[in-house]
Design a protein around this ligand. Structure first.
Ligand code: BEZ
Length: 212
C-alpha cells in the first residue's frame, strides 16, 4: 500500500510495549509520529531509539505522540529496551509496536521488498490531529535518521497549518517565513501586521507570525 500526503493514516489495533492500542484512539487530538526500524538488537536502531527517548520533552512541547514499530515481538522489544537504556543513557519512554505478522507494516508500506523482503525500512509518518498524513520519510537500514530535522519539519508543519506562510530553505523556528503566493498583497497587509518585504512579486518575506 502506498500512503500519500493528505491520505488518512490507516487505523489499526496492535500490541505494544505499553499494552494494546487502537491507533486513532491512542493519537486522540495530538499530532503523531509513527516510525519503523528494521530490527531489534541492531546498532543503528539502538542509537535512534535512544535519541527519540532523549527528545521526549521536545515532542511533548509540540503535542506530538511518538510510536515505534518493527516486525519483532513485544518480549523482544522489552529485552532490547534494557540495552538501549544501558548504552544510550535514556530509557525508552514511548510505546513500540510489535508487528511480527507485518499487519501494520503492510498497511503503511513499510516493507520495500527490493531492499529487504522481510524487514521494515526506516519509515516515518507524521500525522496531524485530523489523522491525515502530513509528511513521509523513507531511509535505508544503513542510514540513521536525524530526529532534530524531524522536529524542525514538525515546527514548519504546525506553523503552516495555522498561518498562510511557507518556510524557506533551512528554515528553523524563529526565522522569517514566506507568504504563500495565493495571498494578495492587500490581504497580506492585514494578515501580517509586522509587514513584509517583496523581494519578487512571488517571493514575499515576513517575520514568523507567531513570534511577533
Ligand atoms: C542497524 O540498525 O544497525 C541495522 C539494521 C538492519 C540492517 C543494517 C543495520
Amino acid at each position: 500500500m502506498t500512503i500519500r500526503l493528505g491520505d488518512e493514516a490507516p487505523d489499526f489495533t496492535a500490541q505494544t510495549t505499553q499494552g494494546e492500542i487502537r491507533f486513532h484512539e491512542w493519537l486522540g487530538d495530538s499530532w503523531g509520529v509513527l516510525f519503523s526500524h528494521p530490527k531489534d538488537y541492531t546498532p543503528v536502531c539502538t542509537t535512534e531509539l535512544g535519541m527519540v527517548a532523549k527528545l521526549k520533552d521536545e515532542f511533548d512541547k509540540r503535542n506530538v505522540k511518538v510510536i515505534g514499530l518493527s516486525v519483532d515481538s513485544v518480549d523482544s522489544h522489552i529485552g532490547w529496551e534494557k540495552d538501549i537504556e544501558e548504552t544510550q543513557g535514556c530509557a525508552v519512554n514511548f510505546p513500540m509496536i510489535a508487528d511480527p505478522d507485518r499487519k501494520v507494516a503492510d498497511l503503511y508500506g513499510m516493507i520495500h521488498p527490493n531492499a529487504n523482503d522481510t524487514l521494515t525500512v526506516r519509515s516515518v509518518f507524521v500525522i496531524g490531529p485530523d489523522k491525515k498524513v502530513k509528511l513521509t520519510l523513507t531511509y535505508p537500514a544503513s542510514t540513521g535518521r536525524n530526529f532534530a530535522e524531524l522536529l524542525r519539519v514538525i515546527d514548519s508543519l504546525q506553523l503552516t497549518s495555522q498561518y498562510s506562510v511557507a518556510t524557506p530553505v533551512n528554515w528553523k523556528d524563529g526565522d522569517d517565513c514566506i507568504i504563500v503566493p495565493s495571498i494578495s498583497d492587500e490581504d497580506a497587509k492585514e494578515k501580517f501586521p509586522a509587514g513584509f518585504k517583496t523581494v519578487k512579486p512571488y517571493l514575499r518575506v515576513t517575520p514568523q507570525p507567531n513570534k511577533v
